[in-house]
Ligand binder design. Structure first.
Ligand SMILES: Nc1ncnc2c1ncn2[C@@H]1O[C@H](COP(=O)(O)OP(=O)(O)OP(=O)(O)O)[C@@H](O)[C@H]1O
Length: 241
């Protein structure tokens, strides 16, 4: 039998009332790979993540994670296989503390007492430990981004789908976040990330997929992909080139 990629996506399609947001997408992601996804607004990147992570059921196609066909499974059930997403618009329980929010995510895999201890470890990992007791609603954007990451990590993913984790950060906040993502990847986490900040995309991606109009326009080695005329035309613009 041929060796399988950690994530295999075949013919994935999502139609919303006549609009095809994701159209026949085929993507394979290897264990421990760091894959970047770019494309213009409305290209279907967030919808793709929703389909992969079980937040939305696909209209057609298959999602196979770690050899298991998870197509149409709930987000909770997909997460238990090790595939977990973050959201572009963070939505923690605002009245709860940072620690409580992460503890709830940890409860997916463990008892209440263990979950709290595990959550504290995750907060250390994302450098939010000093805010453990802070109410989540009062965190600044950079803290909310880390909390969103922490909640996903608390579910102990093998592969994480990051939806614009750098958006909204000021330049000085980006470098430490890029460093954190690089460390998580070095520790064995497989990552797929959607990002508009090209410096981050180029610093982290081992391979790049470009989406346009719901389809994969092209994919490959990042430096080669961003030099393709069709990518410049569809997304990057002449300025970037
Ligand atoms: N729940 C929905 N109902 C109807 N249309 C939707 C829904 N979600 C997304 N769409 C449409 O699907 C298309 C793809 O949207 P999507 O949010 O996936 O794009 P994106 O590449 O993530 O864009 P951005 O970079 O702006 O986040 C858009 O035309 C969008 O309006």
């Amino acid at each position: 039998m041929a060796l399988m990629s950690l994530l295999e996506v075949q013919g994935l399609t999502k139609t919303f009332a006549g609009l095809t947001a994701v159209s026949s997408v085929d993507i394979s992601v290897e264990d421990r790979e760091f894959l970047g996804i770019i494309g213009p607004n409305g290209a279907g990147k967030t919808t793709l993540f929703s389909l992969l992570a079980g937040s939305l059921p696909p209209t057609e196609g298959r999602v196979v994670f770690d050899g298991v066909d998870v197509t149409g499974w709930s987000a909770q059930k997909v997460a238990r296989t090790g595939l977990v997403r973050t959201f572009q618009l963070m939505r923690p329980f605002e009245s709860m503390s940072v620690l409580e929010n992460v503890t709830i995510a940890s409860l997916a895999n463990r008892s209440r007492k263990d979950a709290r201890r595990h959550a504290l470890g995750v907060l250390e990992r994302v450098q939010l430990a000093q805010y453990a007791g802070t109410s989540s609603g009062s965190l600044p954007t950079a803290g909310l981004k880390r909390l969103e990451l922490a909640r996903a990590l608390a579910m102990e993913p093998r592969m994480i789908l990051l939806d614009e984790v750098l958006a909204g950060l000021v330049p000085a906040e980006r470098a430490p976040m890029i460093e954190l993502l690089r460390d998580l990847h070095a520790d064995g986490l497989s990552v797929m990330f959607v990002e508009h900040i090209m410096a981050a995309v180029m610093a982290l991606s081992e391979r790049l997929v470009v989406m346009h109009d719901g389809r994969v326009l092209t994919q490959g080695v990042p430096a080669e992909v961003i030099a393709e005329p069709q990518v410049i035309e569809a997304y990057l613009g002449e300025d970037y080139a």
